[in-house]
Design a protein around this ligand. Structure first.
Ligand code: KIV
Length: 244
């Protein structure tokens, strides 16, 4: 699984992955916002629709943005409905405590729900930063209980973000639903990466758990630099690029 936020990238990644995540990371990766807390339902709907236009085939999971699961089942169902109408196959919900009723309501209403435990970026202001979660035995037991609860509520899969590898492996072995890891080691059933990290599009940002498969920022900068130099040096457009 990989994230995508627009039609063009969705078309490209759809050739290779089993599922696309329209993550609320779009707020940071595309909109330049400070955290995913700034993502809105409107933003998620817009990007989900674009991704579906680019990739008509695959499973598309759209993030339920900050706050959308905290105002009760009715508000959450409205948001989820908008995401599904925009082309999502499923929605992803961060955490479980305090909004079990919402998750159950969505599942019973026919909306597939993917869970998300460990580092839940929408809670960054409470957690105090982007760091590994559930390091202690007590926190690990709490996470395992949350994973069990999500499965009971009908979640069809579970993202585990930035948790110790041993814990992710344990959850994967204990649960019947597939786990998808990010910064959770190799023991999960699948992996997800943020596309801009995978492509190295932000040269300043290199999470330790991500692998860059492209030096995207350097390549884009070099290409645009060559174009600008060609225009300034009157080397572009040339005869073959001149229409008549
Ligand atoms: O928003 C996102 O991209 C995510 C992934 C980090 C799992 O939730």
């Amino acid at each position: 699984m990989v994230t995508a936020y627009d039609a063009l990238m969705a078309r490209i990644v759809a050739e290779h992955v089993d599922a696309i995540l329209v993550g609320d990371s779009v707020a940071m990766a595309v909109h330049g916002l400070e955290s995913t807390v700034q993502a809105t339902v409107e933003m998620m709907v817009l990007h989900t629709a674009a991704v579906r236009r680019g990739a008509p085939g695959p499973v598309i999971v759209a993030d339920m943005p900050f706050g959308s699961c905290r105002q009760g089942p009715y508000v959450a169902a409205k948001a989820a409905e908008a995401l599904m109408r925009a082309g999502a196959t499923a929605v992803k919900v961060e955490g479980v405590r305090g909004h079990e009723d919402v998750i159950e309501h969505l599942v019973v209403g026919g909306i597939p729900v993917m869970g998300h435990l460990g580092l839940t970026p929408q809670s960054v202001n409470q957690i105090g930063g982007y760091r590994v979660q559930a390091r202690t035995q007590t926190e690990g037991e709490k996470l395992k209980a949350d994973a069990r609860r999500l499965e009971e509520l009908g979640a069809f899969a579970l993202v585990l973000e930035c948790v110790p590898e041993a814990l992710a492996r344990e959850v994967t072995e204990e649960r019947q639903i597939p786990t998808i890891g990010i910064g959770a080691g190799a023991g999960t059933a699948g992996q997800v990466l943020v596309l801009t990290d995978l492509l190295g599009l932000d040269g300043r940002f290199r999470p330790r758990f991500a692998r860059r498969y492209l030096e995207g920022e350097a390549l884009v900068s070099e290409a645009v630099g060559r174009y600008a130099a060609d225009v300034r040096g009157a080397a572009f457009p040339a005869k073959q690029e001149t229409l008549a």
